[in-house]
Design a protein around this ligand. Sequence first.
Ligand SMILES: [Zn+2]
Length: 317
Amino acid sequence: MTPALAKATIPTTIFEMIGGLSRASLVCVTLLAATAGSVVAEPKANRLFGAKATPSQERPHAIGTYAKGCAGGLVALPETGPTWQAMRLSRNRNWGHPDAIDYVQRLSRFAARQPGWAGLYVGDISQPRGGPMVSGHQSHQIGLDIDFWMLPPRALNLSRAQRESISSVSVRSNDQRRVSPAWTAQHAAILRAAARDPAVDRIFVTAPAKLEMCRSATRADRDWLQKIRPIFGHNFHFHVRLKCPSDSSGCVTQTPTVAELSKGGNGCDSTLLWWVTDYLDPPAVTEPVDPPPRRPNARDYVMADLPAQCRTVLSAR
Ligand SMILES: [Zn+2]
């Protein structure tokens, strides 16, 4: 590396991370290290975990947080069951904690009793050993996040090739303010059952779907809406996040909790309306604002960023 190149390619963010070192001294350190031949790019954790085709032979346990962790002893969701099909099998992300696999079977049995639904199409859960992924999700790292397609399965006889090629359906209008004609009472019934399950921590779904459920739910039956969290995207699928299982002392419960986020309510309020108003039409900014700090990206993590037990999971048989 030439001195000119070294100086030009060190991004400003590095200086923020290692406050105290001046830019000039960092260039010196970098060049010294390069000269000594000791600069070796650390492998990214998502490459290491993405390369594992099988789970670790351990007792099942989730480690860390949903967006920074891994999991040992995961089990496969069978590719096809009486009330479900796993989609996009080529990704090899149909692995979960046994609690997650039980949950999929439970919720899909409920879905199969809805008119027009043969069960559920199941999207990504986790990689065989969890961990960050080379593409897609920031979370889904500890075997407890499950995506379910919004597309009602008419039958559960899709071939592997069909499961790669067919698309889900969007339950959100193009202007992002209301549900689309694809939304049905059965979607609401399935999301209600999904949220009422005691294993669930929270569910992420597009805001118009929550707005519609806030409108249609009866006064006496609204508590479950607290677990339904509006978020960007999530109009082609909904995302169920399960609580930390009792067998996983290293699993970190998410904070703030849904009760804290909704101040003990059901979230059918102005914070929900924000998603279909100011979020889509941000008010004009009159004062200059600092850019938000760069958020950590799971694709940048190296093993040292993950809980120490993840090294064991990665190297286990
Ligand atoms: Zn998801």
